[in-house]
Design a protein around this ligand. Sequence first.
Ligand code: BTN
Length: 231
Amino acid sequence: MNYFHFASLPSTQDKAFELLESTAGPLVVSVDEQTKGRGRLQRPWIHEKENSLAMSLGFHVPAKNLSALSLVVGLGVVKELSALPLQLKWPNDLMLRDSKVGGILVESKILESQATVVVGIGINLQHLKTAPYSGIGNGIEYLISVKGVAETVWKYLCEFFKSDFSVFRSEYEKILWRRGQSVRFKIQESISEMKVIGVDASGALIVDRGGKISMQDSGEILFSGEQISEV
Ligand code: BTN
């Protein structure tokens, strides 16, 4: 694993893609300050120097179905931070009790049979001052190391590359946020009430909608009280 640390970058994602043009990988890019971080679904990701941890893990891998990769990354992060009662809001938001304290963004570029993948991990070490992001706090933030997170996530990913998501299914379901409970689920522009049942062998969310079981491979669980206009 090659580690690159910068004082400030617009996004660790872009720097990791740039470095992967000339480096075999795996590699890790971390920063003190990220000025134009991005989240899933084209949302901005706010970073506050000292209150946020931002890192990207980049590598080349043979192109195959990588749809469950982001769930496996979430599992690796939760494992590394096992001193905290973290859960995963499907697919991969890091939840501490009922607050999101971190997120994962997986981006890839595919060229013929080879994929260049960059996994971005953002963790709020403290509550942010400039955005309504909750943080983990409580002293544990001092114990989180970029290297520890990267190594545990990489170990999980190597296992995933050797097999598939099915080997992680029960571990994931144990920490699946709102499992067994009703949630509002948003697919494209439509929102429905569903019960979260679990995940299938490909990482899709299994839900029960009025007695009808289905698998969701996209969409997102809304937070209670989350407004339609905000999502
Ligand atoms: C999300 O929950 O929407 C995912 C957030 C991912 C943020 C991280 S911070 C490190 C990396 N660099 C970025 O620009 N984004 C990811």
